[in-house]
Design a protein around this ligand. Structure first.
Ligand SMILES: Cc1cc2nc3c(=O)[nH]c(=O)nc-3n(C[C@H](O)[C@H](O)[C@H](O)COP(=O)(O)OP(=O)(O)OC[C@H]3O[C@@H](n4cnc5c(N)ncnc54)[C@H](O)[C@@H]3O)c2cc1C
Length: 356
């Protein structure tokens, strides 16, 4: 029995041609589908959606265990119907629970309390917020920072539209979203730190870190991201952008955990002192000043790593530039034959392209 529910009736010119791919696509996001008396039913963890193709339009019912889950299932259904119906733009208006949500439940405003450079190109910004506990779990490490449009005098925050999606008063000048990692947090004090790489060709994320002042309000949306799977032996690999995530994961590993962490930095001035209990050997890969994303240091290091074959469970985690990400992921899958739950390789940025 789910506690919250919402409904919408959508006029679609060819409902089956839209709803079938919507459901198939949502299976890729972990949903489970079945037919119940001619009605498509999709179940997610803590939520359910039913698609009833009637003569009066497609009736969509969603139910969830919490208001936040209801928000996400409404977003998933509405955004995918709009995507698969393109170029048509069917009108979606939800009724039922959730109408009172003024802002997305995963949005909050943080206030900058401190700014300091921990290395020449890594700026640590501390924030205070009402709900930093959302980022305490190891599968809740990442968030989207809202980088405000430079022409706006006051920040723009999202509201929830009647279609369930986040909406902006001035959509043309809506904030750019950039992904960052919560490097550390103190739930009791209501504070968290984010380490920003100050990079060449600064986009909105790097520019925000360069210009923001103590006292500024910064909107964030999150958490997001996959967790770290339990293993006996870990191989970590990442460049500066993944250093905050690797450092935080190392700190949470039990003392008996073994493994290696390859961390690529531009030069030795970017090396940080990392403190943790696990028996993980940290190896700093020095680009000797070469531009980020232009060397094969990380890929070579991962390729030359020998994983234990003494029955230990193994997990490979990598976060890096897109080209290295592709090669490391391919190595993990093809050469090392790692299963889905034995590795997570993520593209953290894409050289020459903004993460728009
Ligand atoms: C899950 C996740 C967590 C992340 N955590 C962090 C984090 O904690 N700290 C952090 O600094 N980054 C982190 N990143 C990476 C960050 O989101 C990207 O670097 C992002 O591109 C920065 O946005 P931007 O607006 O500065 O640049 P964009 O507008 O995205 O890009 C502008 C230009 O800058 C280049 N560029 C982007 N990043 C870099 C870089 N690091 N070095 C050199 N050139 C670059 C792009 O190729 C492009 O040419 C994370 C990414 C992901 C996916």
């Amino acid at each position: 029995m789910m506690t919250y529910s919402a409904q919408t009736r959508v006029a679609l010119s060819d409902p089956e041609a839209i709803i079938a791919p919507v459901c198939e696509h949502m299976l890729e996001h972990g949903g489970v589908a079945r037919m119940e008396g001619g009605v498509r039913v999709l179940e997610f963890s803590g939520a359910r959606a039913r698609f009833n193709l009637t003569e009066d339009g497609t009736l969509v019912d969603v139910e969830a265990n919490s208001l936040e889950s209801l928000y996400f299932v409404r977003v998933a259904v509405a955004s995918h119907i709009l995507e698969f119906a393109e170029p048509a733009a069917p009108i979606i208006v939800w009724s039922g629970d959730g109408g009172e949500m003024a802002r997305p439940p995963n949005f909050q405003i943080l206030r900058v309390t401190d700014i300091r450079d921990i290395t020449p190109h890594m700026r640590r910004i501390s924030f205070r917020g009402d709900n930093v506990a959302r980022f305490a779990r190891m599968d809740a490490l990442h968030l989207n920072v809202l980088c405000q449009h430079p022409d706006l005098a006051a920040p723009q925050w999202p509201t929830v539209g009647s279609n369930g999606l986040a909406q902006w008063e001035d959509p043309e000048r809506r904030p750019r979203l950039r992904k960052y990692t919560v490097r550390s947090l103190d739930v009791a004090a209501g504070t968290l730190d984010i380490d920003f790489v100050i990079h060449a060709d600064a986009g909105p994320g790097s520019a925000l870190a360069e210009t923001v002042q103590v006292g500024a309000e910064i909107g964030v949306i999150g958490p997001g991201g996959g967790g770290l799977v339990d293993a006996d032996w870990y191989l970590f690999a990442g460049d500066e952008t993944a250093l905050p995530a690797i450092a935080r994961m190392l700190e949470c590993l039990p003392a008996q955990t073994r493994g290696k962490a390859f961390i690529e930095v531009s030069d030795k001035s970017e090396v940080q002192q990392l403190k943790f209990q696990a028996k993980i050997e940290v190896i700093w890969l020095n680009r000797n000043g070469a531009a980020a994303g232009t060397t094969s240091l990380l890929v070579d290091a991962v390729r030359s790593s020998i994983l234990p074959n003494d029955g230990s469970s193994v997990y490979v985690w990598a976060g890096c530039e897109f080209a290295a990400f592709r090669q490391i992921r391919s190595h993990c899958r093809s050469e090392l034959g790692l299963k889905k739950d034995e590795h997570l390789v993520v593209s953290y940025w894409n050289r020459g392209n903004s993460s728009e």
